[in-house]
Design a protein around this ligand. Sequence first.
Ligand code: UD1
Ligand code: UDP
Length: 438
Amino acid sequence: MKIGIVLGTRPEIIKMSPIIEEIENSDSELVLIHTGQHYDIEMSKQFFIDLKLPVPDYNIGIGSNTAINQISIIISELEKILTKEQVDIVLVQGDTNAVLAGALAANKLKIPVGHVEAGLRSFDKNMPEEINRIVADGCSTLYFVPTEETAINLQNEGINHNSIYVTGNSVVDACKRNLKIALETSKIKEEINSDEYIALTLHRAENVDDEERLRHIVHSLINLPYNFVFPVHPHTRKSLENLGLYDEIDNCDHIQITKPLGYLDFLYLLSQSQLTLTDSGGVQEEAITLDIPCVTLRYNTERPETITAGGNILAGTESEEIMKNISDILDNKDVYDKMSRAKNPYGDGTTAKQICSIIKERYDEDNLKIRRADEIEDFEGYFMDTVSEGITVKEYEARNSGNIIEQVYSEGIPQYISEELNLNNKTIIYKRFKKINW
Ligand code: UD1
Ligand code: UDP
């Protein structure tokens, strides 16, 4: 089997790294395609070094540009690469422009797409990432979702539960595989000025491209009586410099600015911090994996499991709220301990292994390809039913050929549809086809 991976930015390199390692240790062939969206050494190459990844087979070298420019050029370059390489599946991860372009290009070439970290929704269409996720999911054939809650998002959008796999998040694999190495080898400890500090990251477009929000966030950093270590994303650095805020922060004794850190250095920094203040998706997940309380500089998150688990708080971007939330945690041991003990909802670090074995199994069963029209005949409509016998989803669908269950409610609450879910006393919504072959 030949597997294509399209990636373009720092978090994709990190979260794909365990999957790349699994593929390299298998019989499958890997074609690694970097779009070049992140190109600074510390935003890209450093991660290939830290995570011992192979040099990409292709680098489209897209660089920085408008989203439309990036996406359209990546798609047309991918057409050439994917047509030449004839891969059996393309994997994309997350919600960046690389994901949208990779999923769309592959789908147009009728190549199956596996979306790693599928199904996340912030329900905020102002975020470029939300549209990227939705389009990528629309193009995908296999959905590797981190949690059951995420699977329910996809079920709500009519995605067939037979193509959704709850695998956890590969960020946990990356964390677990690298934490010990980071603690033993990172030299960053010699550079951190304080024993107690908040690890700060900031880069979301809706924060750093919005002057008012950025000023509010900076105001809170300057006024909080805690130490910060702040590896500055290049996007953020440019915005801070344009507004004359960079020097203001740099002149504060309690804020230590660094370049963007490599993965091992960042893992060290985060794991030894008191708390993290962030608007990053990956850092929210890593914080709960490493038992570090997280305060998120956003009004919504596509990672609500971290909030429900008690490890993350949405502070928004107003100075007063940010300051209050941080003080409430750091000045109250009970709150702090409770947040540190929040249970990680993102699995046990076996996500990459699970994903690779699911792909292999489907490939071996000749069940990877996009369905042909004659396998999906005549959609008859949506129907609702209440089941009054102890029958599983798998048994129900086998008995009622052509029916695909789309939602299951138990006492009004939507359920994750696993094959083994018992439908007794549950209300189901299903699609009916004259014939369907999944
Ligand atoms: C991108 C992703 C975002 C992800 C983030 C991870 C999209 C729409 N955004 O945001 O979802 O969370 O990566 O970090 O895909 N720049 C450099 N050097 C680089 C890369 C960028 O200087 O190596 C600067 C350029 O000025 C560029 C700006 O950062 O214009 C923004 O880069 P871009 O890749 O568009 O978005 P990110 O903010 O990095
Ligand atoms: N990260 C890093 N160095 C840094 C900041 C973050 O290695 O200086 C890692 C972090 O461990 C996480 C990932 O980058 O795995 C998150 O990427 P980012 O915040 O850029 O993007 P997002 O996750 O929000 O898409």
